[in-house]
Design a protein around this ligand. Structure first.
Ligand SMILES: NC(=O)c1ccc[n+]([C@@H]2O[C@H](COP(=O)([O-])OP(=O)(O)OC[C@H]3O[C@@H](n4cnc5c(N)ncnc54)[C@H](O)[C@@H]3O)[C@@H](O)[C@H]2O)c1
Length: 269
């Protein structure tokens, strides 16, 4: 079902790794809704080559950029506005990685170099992207910038480790840069806090299947899928949400406001 909600809009989509990635689904739906975009990911992720299928299906160009590198981001923004033929209306930050999680470090025994990498890749990159968007004057007025977050920013989830701090920082950056960008260019900045989703990043968290199942049972609507999340991103990129900014938007089937549900009681019994 397409309503061409994004017709005439241009953007950059960060973080499509394979067909399970949330960013992959967002790219497909933005294309369906008439938007055009460049796809980007870290050079090492592009080596898998999967993204070329998405690029072909959506008529997009793939541009490499490590989202922690200001130089690479600068090049990405300059090339993107040139390729797309004008300034941008939307940006999706769908990036997360923790070397501590990857190496199964316990929270009391984190490697601090890894910790800084987690924060740089998963949170500061959001600031860097907006910093470069601002300095290159790449955004159109009333543009929309989104990043994906998780409720571990507000509550502890065992095994989410230093990603919890990264998500808390990410949400804070959305508020602070949201205030600045609103003032500068009427650009809105939000985070979407998504249900557990079976992706490479999601499945990398120890015990993922258990907390996926738990969240599903505790959410009156069940877990939101990557497709549902992509639909929400379309709404947030469209002109129907122009006054929504500096928010962390829960997209979790009701999980964040549930105490217990019949489904969970049944499971526990
Ligand atoms: N999967 C879940 O359960 C879940 C839940 C809530 C929020 N999220 C968030 O959604 C976002 C997307 O993750 P996903 O679940 O689609 O997994 P994914 O593994 O498909 O996507 C993560 C992406 O980050 C990219 N990335 C890592 N380091 C990078 C760097 N230095 N520069 C540029 N890109 C880099 C990876 O290449 C990958 O494409 C992340 O922010 C994640 O934390 C995921």
């Amino acid at each position: 079902m397409s309503n061409q909600l994004l017709k005439g809009k241009r953007g950059i989509i960060f973080g499509a790794l394979d067909e399970n990635s949330i960013a992959w689904k967002v790219a497909q739906k933005v294309h369906e809704e008439g938007g055009i975009f460049t796809l980007t990911n870290a050079p090492i992720a592009l080596r898998m080559g999967e993204i070329n299928k998405l690029a072909e299906a959506t008529g997009s160009k793939v541009l490499p950029a490590d989202a922690t590198s200001l130089e690479e981001l600068q090049k990405l923004f300059e090339e993107s506005t040139q390729i797309l033929g004008g300034k941008l209306d939307f940006i999706l930050h769908s990036i997360g990685m923790s070397p501590n999680v990857r190496k199964s470090k316990s929270y009391g025994d984190l490697n601090y170099d890894f910790y800084l990498k987690t924060l740089d890749i998963s949170a500061l990159s959001f600031h860097k992207i907006m910093h470069i968007a601002e300095k290159t004057d790449s955004m159109n007025e009333w543009g929309s910038i989104l990043a994906l977050s998780y409720i571990a920013a507000q509550r502890t989830f065992s095994h989410y480790s230093d990603m919890a701090e990264a998500k808390a920082a990410l949400e804070s950056i959305a508020r602070s840069y949201g205030a600045r960008f609103a003032h500068l260019k009427k650009v809105r900045v939000n985070t979407i806090s998504q249900s557990p989703t079976r992706t490479t990043a999601g499945k990398g968290i120890a015990g993922f299947d258990a907390f996926y199942d738990f969240a599903d049972k505790l959410s009156p609507l069940g877990n939101a899928s990557a497709d549902d999340c992509a639909n929400y991103c379309i709404a947030m990129f469209s002109d129907f949400t122009r006054m929504v900014t500096m928010q962390n938007l829960m997209h979790d089937g009701g999980f964040s406001h549930s105490g217990i549900t019949d489904a969970l009681i049944e499971k526990m019994n």
